[in-house]
Ligand binder design. Structure first.
Ligand SMILES: [Zn+2]
Length: 107
């Protein structure tokens, strides 16, 4: 898993603590994600920082990292998972977005 909408290969990533190590986040697989340096630097507690969460059992993306944009970008602060390495999801999301964009078919 790499940053939201990032296609950096795993070999160009570092381990990211989803719950920050400085805040007591363990260095366990359940709390780690591969993130490129660029996206890693975007995760911080500032007004413009991104937040990461581990998607829970109530999500279809359980165990994957959710990326939450700062409120200035996404006021809903909805976690989004990276689909770049999951081709089937990417196609489904693209089709759903286009269907929404086109709206209901006129008779
Ligand atoms: Zn990245």
């Amino acid at each position: 898993m790499v940053g939201w909408n990032c296609d950096a290969p795993a070999a160009m990533c570092a381990a990211h603590h989803v719950v920050d190590w400085a805040k007591g986040g363990p260095t366990d697989l359940d709390n780690l994600a591969l993130v490129c340096d660029h996206h890693h630097a975007m995760v911080n507690d500032s007004e413009y920082g991104w937040t990461t969460v581990m998607m829970g059992s109530d999500s279809p993306h359980r165990g994957r990292v959710g990326w939450i944009a700062p409120a200035v970008i996404d006021p809903t602060r909805t976690p989004r998972v990276n689909e770049k390495h999951h081709a089937g999801e990417r196609v489904a999301t693209s089709i759903a977005a286009r269907c929404h964009q086109w709206g209901p078919q006129a008779a």
